[in-house]
Ligand binder design. Structure first.
Ligand code: BGC
Length: 347
């Protein structure tokens, strides 16, 4: 009974909110003076759910979403942005998205905590008739056992109001491997005929982590270079974990470690600290690779304390996500996918 009352209340709230149509702000009272009509302001309500605020890359990304929405505002069009921190917890993010639905957001931008929960959230958002722009964590097709398939995701293909904006993580992995292959010694510092490496992975549920791990090494083997994996550990995109994993590997394998691949720059920053603490020198007796091109890492590539990184273009991605959201607000048809290129960053 209680449940029914709650659902009815939610429905009533939903019906009361204009999902799709903009709200009229400014002086909206029915007894408004005639001149108020000419200064009508449309305010669009935008819900942005971020998987975790405490993530170096997503911090830049989400700040740019807000900045860019601001630049698109005019005297007559405003964007009222509600941004939530999923705290890397799917239950928390589900509640936040439920809140967006009850509040009748005009569009939702969603950076999933778990891509395996994409179906459940997409179904609710589509049922509520709210356009959805997925960002950063690409849901992929999966088989009946839940294994990821290298195919586009039906939840996106089948829903004209749902799209994904992101970068193809295969490209970033390939670029990391190519940077090593293009070094004068091709990453084989000790000249034993193979590249002995340590891999520090992001969240394994995230396709970015899976593809970067796979394609960085594939680029080396495709170039005819022999490889040896000394260690492969999950650092969950986190700087402190990256440092711990690198420190342990350097203690365990010592000079045998020739390359440390990190799925992102935050973990590479941690690995750089471990490299220094172990008395090793990047560019002389070890190579270090990341992805994202955070400002500090661009600096490090410049001064040689990092071998290379790959620009994960948060400006291009956030602007595309916002442009696509605005298209949806204007009732324009969306493509299924919008891709932004990675860029190789070396000295
Ligand atoms: C970035 C990581 C970030 C992750 C969050 C990746 O594309 O490279 O730095 O932690 O997205 O999902």
């Amino acid at each position: 009974m209680k449940k029914l009352a709650a659902s009815l209340l939610a429905l009533a709230l939903l019906a009361g909110c204009s999902s799709g149509a903009p709200e009229t702000g400014g002086d909206s009272s029915s007894t408004a003076a005639p001149e108020a009509a000419s200064s009508d302001v449309k305010t669009y309500n935008v819900g942005v759910a971020i998987y975790q605020f405490n993530d170096n890359f997503m911090t830049l990304y989400r700040q740019e979403i807000e900045n860019y929405f601001k630049t698109l505002e005019t005297d007559n069009v405003k964007y009222n942005i509600t941004m939530t921190d999923g705290k890397n917890d799917m239950a928390t993010q589900t509640e936040q998205v439920d809140g967006f639905i009850t509040q009748g957001m005009d569009v939702i931008i969603l950076n999933l905590v778990q891509t395996s929960s994409a179906d459940a959230l997409i179904d609710k958002i589509v049922a509520a008739d709210i356009p959805l722009v997925l960002i950063n964590r690409e849901p992929l097709a999966y088989d009946k056992d839940g294994n990821t398939l290298d195919e586009a995701y039906e939840g996106i293909l089948n829903n004209p109001t749902v799209c994904y904006v992101g970068a193809d993580a295969r490209q970033s992995g390939t670029f990391q491997g190519e940077i090593v292959a293009e070094l004068p010694d091709h990453g084989d510092i000790n000249g034993d005929g193979k590249v002995s490496y340590v891999m520090i992975e992001g969240d394994p549920e995230n396709i970015d982590a899976q593809y970067r791990t796979e394609f960085s090494i594939k680029a080396l083997t495709d170039a005819g270079i022999e490889v040896e994996c000394l260690d492969d550990q999950v650092g969950n995109w986190d700087q402190t974990k990256g440092q711990e994993i690198a420190a342990n590997a350097l203690t365990k394998y010592g000079d045998a470690v020739e390359v440390i691949f990190c799925n992102n720059d935050a973990m590479a920053l941690g690995a750089a600290a471990a490299i220094t603490a172990a008395g090793r020198t990047v560019g002389e007796d070890i190579y270090l690779l990341g992805v994202d091109a955070l400002e500090e890492c661009q600096e490090m590539v410049n001064n040689g304390t990092m071998t290379g990184t790959v620009l994960n273009d948060h400006i291009g991605q956030s602007h595309t996500a916002v442009d696509v959201a605005v298209k949806a607000l204007n009732g324009e048809t969306l493509d299924n996918y919008y891709w932004v290129d990675y860029v190789k960053v070396t000295k």
